[in-house]
Design a protein around this ligand. Structure first.
Ligand code: CA
Length: 713
């Protein structure tokens, strides 16, 4: 397959311009400047969260408990009963922009989020809407988003709901009404930060990080007072300019591992998803992301480990003080974040009980780490890798394959920049002793860019990649698509080996939940929610969700009945960027909260759906050179939202069917002047000029002509 890739086009993976939202729910929770008559609902406090493991009625924090195992002791659903699991209710989320949230459930009320950081409170028995809060994010913010305006959920504490908004605010809502109690800007709104992750609350402090490493920011996590929103501490993950002095000794240590003038473009290292907390050790664990740009040759010329990129860092949650770190990918150069889900457990390893931390970061190794001090217990690859042979147990460092840093020539890397595992949560079942990982398994080519230019506020990978545009012939298209694999992997963290796996039709499947009923639940890309036996992987039950699923399920108990909830809906980086690779032509994108129980007899309305692109391309007006330049500019400026080959993948209008490609002035008004900014398509005039915009139009017309030809085949 290698030579076929080499025939294919070299493109720069880049992430910028976007299009639009269909509609969004009306705001019913508007600003109120007077804080805070504390609601008598959602009374979650330290004692309740510390006892969350045995509290089967509720799901009170993102990973269910501070250990983030996503394991429930509930066992009404089991291999004997699950066949009778049926839909109890559904709630429409009215967006196509990506659904990633883990819903929380507290005392019969569900708190969940949709795209654009919109929060809903629902009756957990019936799905009846209690309130909606819309933070009214300006839609052209999406020029700063790698992966759509997604949100992964809220935190709850003493009558308040906390949400991080996609434009970088942290907000506290009255849990009873959805009214805004306070709002703070956690970042400079002018900078290309974003928040997609769920906050956590520890002892009255709300913790939230941010994303934006591709766009040029300096990553950090910070803690805010639950009552006032006052910032109590901030921990940067990469050092600033040494001549300004260091905030702490950890930054001084980190600066010794960098070269060049990294601070000029921020360095990256964003803390965009994972956190876990050990109350006995009083340690907060955070996962840190990739550098800006990905390519270390450019970011830190001359080398260096570049702390704390791609690291797990342990902090004191009360002060933000650094305690220890473990760097999974020293000198990362492939977008190998360590922001993936962190799980804490106590387990017997070689005859003694160890307090461990587990992570399957993007780089393809499964790590078991002693969470008291950060020492490595074991690391083994959970998919076949091409960039490293193993982890050296003496040094804790991966042993890299020669050439994998693509400094002299391009190198085909598995896993790709989307990782062997991305943000989709895994789960750990203490009864089976297995971790259930939604695995991605596909390659990406990396190469040195010919002319890297840093684009402030634009996407900056610093790596040329060969994604491989799909050829026209059906057999070759099928062969290339077959390279894109995804599976559910049950991993034994004690023996460091696979217990079982189930191969899915493709990558980008949902997060997992496991239960004492010997079950694992996972939503998958091709439109199903599935129950598997946790010990064997046998498939026991499925439900047609009518749409791809990427979020993770939760479970709770009310009136003696066990409920199961999944937020269905397709979205995220793979769905946006991979164009024709995404097998989306057979399924619509319908975002809903779906809740099940034994004997549930509701059904979803029938779907009357067909792929919506109607091709009516104008005649090509440009010559081959202009189209080629337009292609290159499209990759840099448009592809992150509009997809490889201008195929949108169900999240936004497909450019190939757009009326704007027929008219140069209309195209310019959108692309250069920003006439659709309010609907999400920001002006791109800071990145391209009018001639370049016209060359992009020529490229899109070429793709529309091709799409029409393929549709007729
Ligand atoms: Ca990244």
């Amino acid at each position: 397959m290698g030579h076929r890739f080499l025939q294919l086009l070299i493109i720069t993976i880049a992430l910028t311009a976007c299009s639009d939202e269909k509609n969004s729910p009306a705001a019913t929770g508007n600003n109120s400047d007077s804080a805070t008559e504390v609601a008598q609902v959602a009374q979650v406090d330290a004692a309740r969260l510390l006892a969350a493991e045995s509290d089967t009625a509720n799901w009170m924090t993102h990973g269910r408990t501070y250990a983030e195992q996503r394991y429930s002791p509930l066992k009404q659903l089991d291999p004997g009963t699950v066949a009778d699991l049926g839909l109890a209710w559904s709630f429409d989320l009215e967006t196509q922009r990506g659904i990633e949230a883990t819903s929380l459930v507290v005392d019969g009320v569900m708190y969940t989020t949709s795209a654009w950081s919109i929060v809903h409170a629902l009756d957990a028995r019936s799905g009846k809407l209690m309130w909606t809060y819309d933070p009214q994010v300006a839609r052209d913010k999406q020029r700063h988003l790698c992966c759509g305006p997604v949100n992964r959920g809220v935190a709850v504490w003493q009558g308040q709901i906390f949400v991080g908004t996609i434009d970088g605010r942290l907000e506290a809502l009255d849990a009873a009404t959805g009214k805004l109690n306070w709002s703070v800007a956690t970042v400079d709104p002018e900078l290309p930060f974003s928040i997609t992750g769920a906050p956590r609350v520890i002892n009255g402090l709300v913790l939230i990080g941010n994303g934006g490493a591709e766009f040029g920011v300096r990553g950090f996590i910070a803690a805010y007072d639950v009552a006032t929103g006052d910032r109590k501490w901030q921990f940067h993950t990469v050092p600033g300019n040494p001549t300004d002095g260091f905030e702490n000794d950890a930054m001084k240590m980190a600066a010794d591992t960098w070269k060049g003038e990294w601070w000029e473009i921020g360095g990256g290292g964003t803390v965009w998803d994972s956190m876990a907390y050990d109350p006995e050790l009083d340690l907060l664990y955070i996962g840190v992301g990739n550098g800006t740009p990905w390519n270390r040759e450019i970011r830190s010329p001359g080398g260096g480990d570049n702390l704390f990129l791609s690291s797990i860092v342990a902090l004191r949650p009360g002060t933000g003080e650094y305690v220890w770190h473990y760097q999974t990918t020293p000198g990362e150069t492939w977008d190998y974040t360590a922001t993936q889900h962190i799980i804490l457990a106590d387990m017997e390893i070689k005859g003694s009980t160890r307090k461990v931390l587990m992570q399957a970061p993007k780089n393809g190794f499964f790590y078991v780490i002693d969470r008291t001090d950060g020492s490595l217990i074991s690391a083994n690859n959970y998919i076949d890798l091409t960039w490293a042979t193993h982890v050296d147990m003496e040094t804790g460092r991966p042993v890299e394959v020669e050439g994998a840093r693509y400094t002299d020539q391009p190198f085909m890397i598995v896993p790709s920049y989307l990782g062997g595992h991305n943000w989709h949560p895994m789960s750990y079942n203490p009864n089976t002793g297995l971790v259930y990982i939604p695995v991605l398994d596909f390659p990406a080519m990396y190469g040195q860019p010919e002319n890297f230019r840093y684009r402030p506020g634009g996407a900056n990978t610093g790596a040329d990649g060969i994604v491989g545009s799909l050829p026209d012939a059906q057999a070759e298209r099928d062969a290339l698509r077959a390279l894109m694999k995804g599976r559910l992997l049950a991993w034994n963290p004690v023996t460091n080996t696979e217990a079982w796996h189930v191969e899915h039709a493709g990558p980008w499947n949902g997060g997992t939940l496991t239960t004492a009923g010997n079950l694992v639940f996972q939503g998958i890309a091709d439109g199903k929610l599935v129950a598997f036996r946790a010990d064997t992987g046998e498939q026991l039950w499925d439900f047609a969700t009518q749409t791809g699923v990427v979020a993770a399920p939760v479970t709770y108990e009310l009136d003696g009945e066990q409920y199961l909830t999944i937020n269905a809906g397709w979205g995220g980086a793979y769905a946006l960027v991979f164009g024709e690779y995404v097998r989306s032509e057979s399924l619509p994108n319908i975002s809903r909260v779906l809740t099940f129980k034994l004997g549930g007899r509701e059904s979803l309305p029938a779907v009357d759906w067909q792929p919506t692109v109607t091709f009516n391309p104008p005649e090509q007006f440009a010559d081959a050179d202009a189209i080629r330049r337009g292609f290159a500019e499209y990759q840099d400026t448009c592809m992150g939202c509009h997809g490889l080959n201008a195929v949108s993948g169900l999240l936004i209008p497909d450019l190939r069917g757009s009326a704007f490609i027929h008219d140069a002035n209309a195209w310019k008004s959108v692309v250069i002047d920003g006439s659709l900014a309010a609907r999400g398509m920001a002006a791109m005039s800071e990145f391209i000029n009018e001639q370049q915009a016209e060359e992009i139009r020529a490229y899109v017309i070429e793709q529309a002509i091709r799409g029409q030809r393929l549709q007729k085949q």
